[in-house]
Design a protein around this ligand. Structure first.
Ligand SMILES: [Zn+2]
Length: 188
């Protein structure tokens, strides 16, 4: 009986370990940034003797560049977290420092400069349409880029796809979004 209990325990430990709970890895690279064209996409490539990371920087049709302006002649310190996702690891840029100055921090809202809340949210799959009275991408980016409390999961959904994700949400962005919605109603 003892043997039996033990083997159940082993199976349980194995199952929970295989459910992609591998820890994220933090990598710090000090280098000049490079940009490389990958088909229609542009990647930021940062490398040192131990690592070479590709971070997607520009994606059609949005024509939006990465979260911070980088000079390819300058040396920056990049902090990247590599999160396991099925069999691959996706690098996520978390911080960029230029000398002693932090020029980008994933936890800080780029518009309000306030520290954001790290929240577990639902993933919306499929084509998420903008409502007829919703803000344009441009307005969203300029006034409240971090107001959403859901994450976009791409087109298809299979039963194995994760249901929730962790994202940063800015309370000032949420207030700005509510204010914007009220103003839209008034002008109608
Ligand atoms: Zn904000």
């Amino acid at each position: 009986m003892r043997q039996f209990t033990l083997s159940i325990l082993v199976v349980l430990v194995y199952v929970s370990a295989s459910a992609d709970e591998r820890p994220a890895q933090t990598i710090v690279i000090t280098t000049k940034p490079r940009f490389e064209q990958r088909g229609q996409f542009v990647d930021l490539v940062i490398s040192d003797t131990n690592h070479s990371l590709d971070i997607s920087w520009w994606m059609p049709p949005d024509k939006q560049f990465g979260p911070v302006l980088l000079d390819t002649n300058r040396v920056y310190t990049f902090t990247v977290v590599q999160k396991p996702f099925y069999s691959i690891s996706i690098p996520k840029l978390c911080k960029v420092q230029s000398g002693s100055q932090t020029i980008y921090d994933i936890e800080v809202c780029e518009i309000h400069k306030t520290k954001m809340e790290y929240k577990e949210v639902e993933i919306a799959y499929g084509l998420v349409r903008r409502g007829p009275n919703g803000p344009s991408r441009d307005i969203e980016r300029r006034l409240f880029p971090n107001h959403r409390e859901y994450s976009l999961g791409g087109c298809g959904k299979t039963p194995d796809d994760p249901k929730t994700d962790w994202i940063y949400v800015c309370s000032d962005c949420r207030n700005a979004y509510e204010k914007w919605k009220l103003e839209q109603k008034k002008t109608k």
